[in-house]
Design a protein around this ligand. Structure first.
Ligand code: MG
Length: 379
């Protein structure tokens, strides 16, 4: 049985990872980390009995420590605590399900220790893919995608992307598909959080509505599969049944299909190369009747174009795009800016950035912090 560490165990992917384990008993949890939700962390500690649990917020860690003093779980805190989980001696695999750039350093630490990565944190590759992928190669570490599209690409090419001509990355279009720019400018957080098909965390749901999620996924896919961004074509597929496709030299296209359920890509990453049932329903093709396709509307959703631009420029630009997006989404959810401001903030921050080519980890982290400062005050 695989022994896993879950970073971000109380978030949407973390909780579904535990549901998959409940369903098919494919792994044992030896470490988990949370940001601040110690109530759920306590429940998880009592149920899964990990050796170690980390809480990002120092002040909450002390309380959790007291609460679980009767168990054998060691409670640690802060970034160093999360790194301790990511590098936990017993773990063979680390599921990186934290949100945002916070996943970058623990992921690098886990790769350094030779842990297989089940990657659910796309921001890590967006900001630091130029460091993470060569490091994984050097250490002989597998990075297995948990993102549904990337899992689909991985499954469609049988894990070997070297002969792919093109990736067809599918997008649901989000809750505002078919609407025009001025119709969505003043949309509210509850409207943007209403995703038609997927049940996900708030950050990724907002990113889905702006198509920034698809933009981040273009960059993520370019790193994971070593395909240039210009050879990744986004195709809107509103039913979210086709999760992505690959096209070969002879124009043959291979796709992966399933009902939209994150448990499937999570389970596949946990059990690869085996397949275990994880509770996902069969597609009822008679009921489904049709699958439709469309071109993304980049006039209304310019974030997708920003990502292609950041991917083309490389260097620190993807980190800047990501950092400014994280701040803009946070400000939108707090009701401080309009929905339409999200794209404006990202565009303005990217325009002001002096790109650093071939960045070090320090350059990337500094660019991220710079982007956050600018994005917090630009509008
Ligand atoms: Mg996805």
């Amino acid at each position: 049985m695989k022994k896993i560490a879950i970073l971000g165990s109380t978030g949407s992917i973390g909780r579904q990872t535990l549901e998959v384990i409940d369903e098919n008993r494919c792994a044992e949890v030896v470490a988990l980390s949370v940001y601040s939700n110690i109530d759920l962390a306590e429940v998880q500690i009592r149920k899964y009995k990990p050796e170690i649990a980390a809480v990002m917020m120092e002040e909450k860690a002390g309380e959790l420590k007291t609460r679980v003093a009767d168990t054998n779980t060691k409670v640690v805190s802060g970034v160093s605590g999360i790194i301790e989980c990511a590098t936990c001696e017993k773990a063979d695999m680390v599921v990186t399900a934290v949100v945002g750039i916070a996943g970058l350093i623990p992921t690098i630490a886990a790769i350094e220790k030779g842990k297989t990565i089940a990657l659910a944190n796309k921001e890590t590759l967006v900001a630091g893919g130029s460091l993470v992928m060569p490091l994984a190669k050097e250490k002989g570490v597998k990075i297995l995608p948990v993102d549904s599209e990337h899992s689909a690409i991985f499954q469609s090419c049988g894990g070997d992307s070297s002969k792919i001509k093109k990736i067809l990355l599918t997008a649901s279009g989000g809750p505002f598909f078919g609407k025009k720019k001025d119709e969505i400018y003043n949309m509210t957080p509850p409207q943007a959080l209403k995703h038609p098909n997927w049940n996900m965390g708030t950050k990724v749901t907002i990113d889905s509505s702006t198509l920034m999620n698809k933009g981040l996924e273009v960059i993520e896919a370019s790193h994971l599969f070593d395909v240039m961004a210009e050879n990744i074509q986004v195709v809107v597929q509103p039913q979210s049944i086709i999760h992505s496709m690959v096209e070969y030299e002879d124009n043959s296209v291979i796709a992966q299909l399933s009902v939209p359920d994150m448990k499937l890509p999570i389970s596949y990453a946990l059990t690869y190369p085996e397949r275990f049932y994880c509770g996902t329903k069969e597609i009822d093709f008679y009921e489904l009747a049709n699958i439709t396709f469309a071109k993304p509307d980049t006039e209304t959703f310019p974030c997708l174009e920003f990502a292609y631009e950041a991917g083309r420029l490389g260097g620190t630009m993807p980190a800047v795009m990501n950092g400014s997006n994280e701040v803009a989404v946070e400000r939108f959810l707090e009701g401080k800016i309009k929905y339409g401001n999200i794209a404006e903030i990202i565009h303005e921050t990217m325009t002001r950035h002096e790109n650093v080519k071939n960045p070090t980890l320090f350059d990337i982290l500094e660019a991220d912090m710079w982007a956050r400062r600018v994005a917090a005050e630009v509008i």
